[in-house]
Design a protein around this ligand. Structure first.
Ligand SMILES: O=C(O)CCC(=O)C(=O)O
Length: 213
């Protein structure tokens, strides 16, 4: 379903088998050798998610991408698994767009998880000007996703993102404000044995744009 030019919501995009495989992979990653952590942003506030960046690390102090987690423990960002990369390409293609993702921000939301309204604009001017989309995949509990316009005060639509849903925003919607106001606990499919929610957002940074050109 097209939400506005450039933004698409695909309900139940992933089968339950694909959701289970993705949930298992996410669980192993967030509790792996380079674990997810709670970032502290520039103003000193703690985020309300556990975050793990794959491929490249988003530094919550500088709002820049880097290879190692300079704002936390100095460990290298784990690689972006090839099957994740392929999934992002497949979903973008369903929206008539293309992406060569070099990074994914994997967030885990517990029952109190949320994310304030923001724009995704740290991937770089080339990627953004080209309208290369952000591709989002949700697994587990339902989120109340907020999707607005190019200005913070533009009207906002609340969209429930359920387990297996995909959301793509690129082209003219690439810089639309978005966030998550709350999670509805205990709404994950029981087959996932998951309490909480994983969200994966795939992105293509300017480094990847340059490597391709
Ligand atoms: O969890 C979501 O659905 C949105 C995540 C998000 O806005 C982000 O990672 O920038």
């Amino acid at each position: 379903m097209e939400i506005c030019p450039g933004a698409f919501h695909f309900r139940h995009y992933l089968s339950i088998e694909r959701q289970r495989a993705t949930a298992d992979r996410c669980r192993a990653l967030v509790d792996g050798a380079v674990p997810a952590y709670v970032p502290i942003v520039r103003g000193g506030g703690k985020m309300h998610v556990r975050m793990l960046c794959l491929g490249r690390h988003w530094n919550a102090s500088t709002y820049q991408y880097e290879c190692t987690r300079a704002d936390f423990d100095g460990l290298p960002a784990p690689p972006l698994p090839p099957e994740f990369r392929a999934l992002a390409r497949e979903i973008a293609d369903s929206a008539g767009m293309s992406i060569e993702p070099d990074l994914c921000i994997l967030n885990y939301y517990d029952a109190d998880g949320r994310m304030g309204l923001h724009q995704d604009k740290d991937e770089g001017p080339e990627s953004i000007a080209a309208g290369i989309p952000v591709v989002s995949v949700s697994i587990g509990d339902t989120a109340r996703f907020l999707f607005g316009g190019l200005k913070r005060r533009d009207p906002i639509e609340a969209i429930p993102l359920e387990s297996g849903d995909a959301f793509v925003f690129g082209g003219p919607a690439r810089l639309h404000y978005h966030g998550v106001s709350r999670i509805t606990p205990c709404t994950a499919p029981p087959e996932l044995a998951l309490s909480g929610r994983f969200n994966l957002t795939f992105r293509q940074s300017d480094e990847a744009c340059r490597a391709l050109s």
